[in-house]
Design a protein around this ligand. Structure first.
Ligand code: CIR
Length: 257
């Protein structure tokens, strides 16, 4: 059960966020992004979460994607080491927010040469699946595993061969249900889950977000919406179009705990 979330308002420099066009091309519109972000925060609050909204930080175009510079869990927070130069400093800016909820002995750091971003980290019960991607390397994974094992968690690495982060290609919904791409459907570690394949043209909608039983789903992906509705989850459709243009999706916009 989540009770809290940390978010950061988009900054005007958002238009310079890293973009691979994996979910479509274009430049985000700042005013629309702010409106979509406000709605996201309002939605989390409507689902009962206490939401901290940090101010926009113009030094870091991608800093509204707070999921990447930290990983939070019961009793422990890990400040990551984002792989891209333009994002690496975000790890220094998230820490004051983390200190509002965690004591110094609960806060850990991924150190170079390890790299890690939270978009690669997926928790299922007490097990972390960690994407080995362009952004999270083996060293980052090993450091993370050693930290979380002290708190009763386990961790395993999952190869991410398709694009940015693990959670762009697989999302755990609860009750053993998982949304996957064709590639993640074949991942041996996921064989015992109930896997639902999101069609390639709706790739962006894999990254739907379960908040205490209600699933936030990006607007405009009817097949994925139907999969989730047929599973019996109440859903809320979210417009995240401006974030999509720079590879940002629903989970990226918050740290939930
Ligand atoms: C980046 O490339 O780092 C940003 N433009 C998008 C980050 C998305 N974050 C996430 O999926 N957790």
């Amino acid at each position: 059960m989540f009770t809290r979330a940390i978010t950061r308002r988009p900054c005007r420099a958002l238009i310079n966020g890293i973009a691979t066009a994996q979910f479509g091309e274009g430049t985000p519109d700042y005013d629309k992004a702010i409106a979509q972000h406000d709605k996201y925060v309002e939605t989390l609050r409507g689902l009962g979460l206490e939401v901290l909204v940090l101010p926009g930080d113009e030094r870091y175009p991608d800093s509204c994607f707070v999921e990447d510079p930290a990983v939070v869990m019961d009793g422990c927070a890990v400040i990551t080491n984002p792989a891209r130069d333009s994002r690496n400093g975000e790890k220094f800016e998230i820490i004051d927010a983390i200190r509002q909820y965690y004591t110094e002995d609960q806060i850990f750091h991924i150190e170079a040469p390890g790299t890690m971003e939270g978009g690669d980290v997926m928790l299922v019960d007490k097990h972390f699946y960690v994407g080995q991607s362009d952004r999270t390397n083996k060293e980052g994974f090993e450091q993370f595993k050693a930290i979380v094992e002290k708190f009763g968690y386990t961790a395993s690495a999952v190869p991410v061969t398709e694009g940015l982060h693990l959670k762009d290609f697989v999302i755990y919904l609860e009750n053993n249900n998982m949304l996957v791409t064709e590639v993640m459907d074949k991942e041996p570690q996921f064989k015992d889950f109930n896997r639902f394949i999101v069609p390639a043209e709706e790739l962006y909608a894999v990254n739907s977000l379960n908040i205490n039983g209600t699933v936030l789903v990006p607007k405009g992906f009817p097949k994925t919406q139907k999969i989730i509705e047929d599973l019996g989850y109440p859903i809320i459709l979210m417009d995240t179009n401006e974030f999509r243009l720079i590879d940002g999706s629903l989970t990226c916009l918050s740290l939930r705990f």
